[in-house]
Write a protein that binds this ligand. Structure first.
Ligand SMILES: [Zn+2]
Length: 307
């Protein structure tokens, strides 16, 4: 009897997790579409500050692709419409050996990678926050960060179409939390937390970016990063904003130096900062609770902003 109940619970547990991971993979598949089409679709407001789009990228741009058409996925190489079984997240890529079923052109590993990342984030959101308003918002923010990361790596832009509406929604959620208390850590505690978050994230980086332009007469920091940090600060509050700036800069510096040593790339070559900010925000959301809370507290203490 006890065994049966245990078995039933285990099946429920398994079902929950399989469902969450499956949903994460499916949403990940949608994210790959966003990553592929948002820069092509050019919805208005793509950051034009830092857009040194390389010529070969432009040549690859199929002229008939916008965000909404074609409706179904096509192979970028042979333009054939994919069958549904070529489109199963993660598994199709593995079974097809990373090649198009028709023309055998290799399909970027970015597709399964994004799907996998989305599934991992879905699992972590569910595992840590459950199916709660907090868990849903954390996962949606992860999805936005994944899309931003891959677009920033390829095009050196952070699309306004994500960061601006995202900031408005995040400010709304912060104000909502003030009165209704729907959300818990890591979401902003309320309107004041959100306000300080916007100032700490967007405001601070805006000054840095302006400083760079006036003193060094060039853009060192894209305003796309400023807008992303405005979103981060509005959503995660001021502790989240400071954590993201601090850890993001640290990660960016470490990886930048490693890249410099490995490839000997020039110091002035543009380095996308968005992915490091995104990674830092994700670390904040998933390590902020439990045993690692002390690490976050320590960093905030080092910054002199926590008692
Ligand atoms: Zn093909």
């Amino acid at each position: 009897m006890a065994n049966q109940i245990g078995g039933g619970r285990f099946i429920m547990f398994l079902f929950d997790h399989v469902a969450v991971i499956g949903l994460g993979l499916i949403i990940g598949s949608f994210l790959t579409v966003c990553i592929y089409r948002i820069p092509y679709g050019r919805p208005e407001g793509l950051d034009d500050m830092d857009e040194p789009e390389s010529e070969d990228e432009q040549e690859q741009t199929p002229p008939d692709i916008t965000f909404c058409s074609p409706q179904r996925s096509i192979c970028p190489a042979c333009k054939k419409q994919l069958r549904w079984y070529h489109n199963v997240p993660l598994f199709s890529w593995i079974f097809l050996g990373g090649k198009c079923a028709f023309c055998k052109a290799s399909i970027s590993a970015q597709y399964p990678l994004v799907e996998l990342l989305s599934a991992v984030c879905a699992y972590l959101s569910y595992h840590m926050y459950g199916i709660t308003p907090t868990g849903v918002v954390v996962y949606v923010f992860c999805c936005a960060l994944i899309v931003i990361t891959f677009i920033d790596i390829k095009y050196y832009i952070i699309p306004d179409v994500i960061s601006l509406p995202g900031s408005v929604i995040a400010i709304g959620l912060g104000i909502c939390n003030e009165y209704f208390g729907f959300f818990e850590f890591p979401i902003s505690r309320g309107a004041i937390d959100t306000l300080y978050g916007v100032l700490a994230g967007g405001g601070f980086l805006f000054l840095v970016a302006e400083f760079y332009i006036h003193v060094r007469n060039k853009t060192g920091l894209g305003f796309g990063d400023v807008k992303l940090l405005t979103l981060t600060g509005a959503l995660l509050g001021w502790t989240g904003a400071l954590y993201t700036i601090f850890i993001g800069s640290l990660l960016g510096t470490v990886f930048g130096v490693v890249q410099l040593l490995l490839r000997g790339s020039k110091l002035s070559a543009p380095i996308p900062f968005g992915p490091y900010l995104a990674l830092a925000s994700i670390l904040y959301m998933f390590t902020g609770l439990g045993p690692l809370i002390d690490v976050n507290l320590l960093i905030l203490q080092l910054l002199g902003v926590a008692p």
